[in-house]
Ligand binder design. Structure first.
Ligand code: 1HE
Length: 259
């Protein structure tokens, strides 16, 4: 059963997953993080969906770690807590379907770590990004040290954490947090539109983009080229790839249009 603070709605081939704890600005308690893990690990695989949208109820996408749960942890307990977040966000990044985050308001701390585990980010113009961990005397622990520099670079992340710098929606898009910037209140609609498009792709192509591309990008070039060749060979041999290429050659598939 879906967690009490998560709404899960199936809209055709797309699952809309909503953090639904607006009174606490969708702060991520341990139980909510584990609930998200379960949605991606146990509920989506059997749902038949081909893409997902993740957004938040209320004025903010997510205020990060639930600070009311911070308690004295020894080093070992702190390690396991962080590893629990890693395991949960791993299910988002390497789960069954591509995930598009629809962002608005605060996308801060663990909320930014969650957004950075998604595959595409759409932000509306109320969005702001911050890593208040620096001023709370803690450090990122939900995979942010790995994923956020891949979006914006280690220098920007270091600045954010050292100085408390907050990026607004426009600067955040330019820095690389989001791939799309839309007017206020339109992030979820835009993310749904993109998710429907993503859902039309051959599943093996989406699988390659989710699972092969990030790994290839981390490999030395020689190994990356080889892994790419293996993935390309597998993808092109699927019957769906053959029928899609044939449809184009027969003049029955859409051409690429000028942007
Ligand atoms: C919370 C949290 C939270 C709000 N944990 N309860 N994250 C932060 O350091 C960000 C902390 N939050 C904020 O800076 C602000 O709340 C917001 C900018 C996100 C929103 O401001 P606002 O004015 O709309 O809301 P608010 O009045 O500050 O908060 C409303 C309620 O939510 C209030 O509780 P109430 O019982 O007094 O109504 C707040 O206490 C509660 N609330 N944010 C717990 N984060 C894997 S490691 C990750 C490490 C981190 O993420 S550290 C960064 C944590």
């Amino acid at each position: 059963m879906t967690h009490k603070d998560i709404l899960l709605e199936l809209q055709g081939p797309v699952a809309l997953i909503r953090l639904n704890r607006p009174s606490k600005r969708n702060a991520l308690s341990d139980s909510l993080i584990l609930g998200l893990r379960d949605v991606f690990e146990k509920e989506l695989p059997d749902s038949g969906v081909r893409a997902a949208v993740l957004d938040g109820s209320g004025e903010h996408f997510c205020a990060g770690l639930d600070l009311s749960e911070i308690r004295d942890r020894d080093a070992g307990q702190g390690l396991h807590h962080s590893r629990m977040w890693h395991a949960a966000l791993e299910q988002v990044q390497y789960g069954p379907v591509p995930v598009i985050a629809a962002l608005h308001g605060a996308v801060v701390g663990g909320g930014l770590e969650l957004a950075s585990a998604c595959h595409i980010r759409v932000a509306d113009e109320t969005t702001f990004y911050a890593l208040p961990e620096g001023s709370r005397g803690i450090f990122v622990g939900g995979g942010g040290a790995v994923r956020i520099p891949r979006l914006i670079g280690a220098a920007r992340m270091t600045d954010m954490m050292l100085t408390g710098r907050v990026y607004n929606a426009q600067d955040g898009e330019r820095a690389g947090f989001a791939q799309y910037l839309v007017p206020q209140g339109q992030a979820t609609a835009k993310a749904m539109e993109l998710a429907l498009r993503v859902a039309e792709n051959a599943p093996l192509t989406n699988y390659a983009l989710m699972h092969a591309l990030p790994r290839i990008a981390e490999q030395p070039a020689d190994q990356g080229f080889f892994t790419e060749a293996l993935m390309a060979a597998i993808a092109q041999s699927a019957p769906e790839a053959k029928s899609r290429v044939k449809a184009f050659l027969d003049g029955k598939a859409a051409k690429v249009k000028k942007a």
